[in-house]
Design a binder for this molecule. Structure first.
Ligand code: AMP
Ligand code: MG
Length: 338
């Protein structure tokens, strides 16, 4: 009897999943938007759907990149007057970014590029700018001074835009939309730290998304999702260490021009709209734990996980059943209520 079971088990494993669940598994990897992306999709439409999704992401990179000549963002930042024509995608991203800029009191600012440049975060060489340089850069920012007209952005001289905080979220949302349009029922897109889950796993169970530990190798916990984006902003994702040994990370407080320092190490936002999740993850990181919880109570429409220095984790109540912390990482978990 034992031997029979062993034989059945071997057969199952060889078929890669008893219900044939893995038989129709397809995946695709590519480098875009400065990160490795992976799409895994199931079903007969998977290959053509993934190809279309990759094409869409590459197109969005061409349009939204702040560093490639010829992108809409490049055209805005190298405009010869205060007006610059942009396409519908860049306009959609700008609209969403401005809405979150407004609702978060400017914690997200799509015109922060002069400050990002002063720190060197878009290039290979990072440095701590001197106070005057930073002040001058901050004076060139200001989302309230952006005017949107049909197909045109109007910006004061010296202002520059950067969609680094929202571009991947938009790309994930678009990839998800294209996979669904191709009738894919089950897929997961990973864009660096951002995830877009389409449907559920082929067996109907939710997708499992690991949450990176911001201060160690490995994971801090696991999130179960269906048809949702999971987007993380973390100080560990991009930073440099100066000669004095001090660490400086890439999520900047638009009010001061300095990296946001409020005790947070990472902010994960999950919800149906990847673009909104990406905008919020950056903004809530800047706002810090108290204001982030206040914002969640006032606005809703998303759930979040905050990881603080000292490994305290705040989890909003909507995730109570879907998020589990690995006890090896921490047991200091606080549920955030309305
Ligand atoms: P994310 O990883 O989505 O939080 O985005 C971080 C990136 O957005 C940075 O590398 C900068 O390019 C840009 N950025 C940094 N701080 C801000 C901010 N307060 N508002 C908008 N963009 C920002
Ligand atoms: Mg973001």
């Amino acid at each position: 009897m034992r031997r029979l079971w062993a034989a059945v088990l071997t057969a199952c494993l060889t078929l890669a999943g008893c219900g044939g669940e893995d038989a129709d598994k397809h995946s695709r990897q590519f480098f875009a938007m400065d990160t490795y992306m992976t799409i895994t999709a199931y079903g007969p439409q998977a290959e053509s759907a993934m190809e279309a999704a990759e094409e869409r992401i590459r197109h969005l990179e061409d349009v939204l990149s702040v560093t490639s000549e010829g992108s809409d963002v490049w055209a805005v930042n190298h405009r010869s007057s205060d007006r610059a024509a942009i396409g519908s995608e860049a306009m959609e991203v700008m609209g969403a970014a401005l809405a979150v800029a407004e609702s978060t009191g400017g914690a997200l600012d799509p015109t922060i590029y002069p400050v990002v440049e002063a720190w060197g975060f878009t290039g290979d060489h990072q440095q701590v700018p001197d106070g005057d340089t930073l002040d001058a850069a901050v004076r060139r920012t200001g989302w309230e001074r952006v005017q949107v007209e049909p197909g045109v952005l109007v910006l004061a001289p010296g202002m520059e835009v950067d969609f680094g905080a929202v571009g991947k979220g938009y790309a994930g949302r678009e990839a998800g939309r294209i996979l669904r349009d191709h009738h894919v029922k089950s897929a997961i897109v990973s864009l660096g730290g951002n995830v877009e889950a389409v449907g559920s796993r082929p067996d109907g169970s939710p997708w499992r998304v690991g949450l990176r530990a911001p201060d160690a190798e490995g994971h801090a916990g696991m999130l179960l999702v269906r048809d949702a984006a999971v987007v993380t902003s973390g100080s560990y994702e991009r930073y440099f260490v100066d000669e004095a040994g001090q660490r400086w990370h890439h999520i900047l407080d638009p009010k001061t021009g300095y990296p946001a320092e409020n005790g947070l190490l990472s902010v994960t936002v999950t919800g149906p709209d990847g673009l909104l999740c990406d905008a919020l993850s950056t903004a809530l990181f800047v706002m810090g734990p108290e204001r982030a919880c206040e914002y969640w109570r006032d606005h809703g429409g998303f759930e979040m996980i905050l990881i603080e220095e000292g490994r305290r984790i705040f989890v909003t109540e909507g995730l109570a059943a879907d998020f589990s912390v690995f006890p090896d990482y921490t047991e200091d978990v606080v549920e955030v209520h309305r």
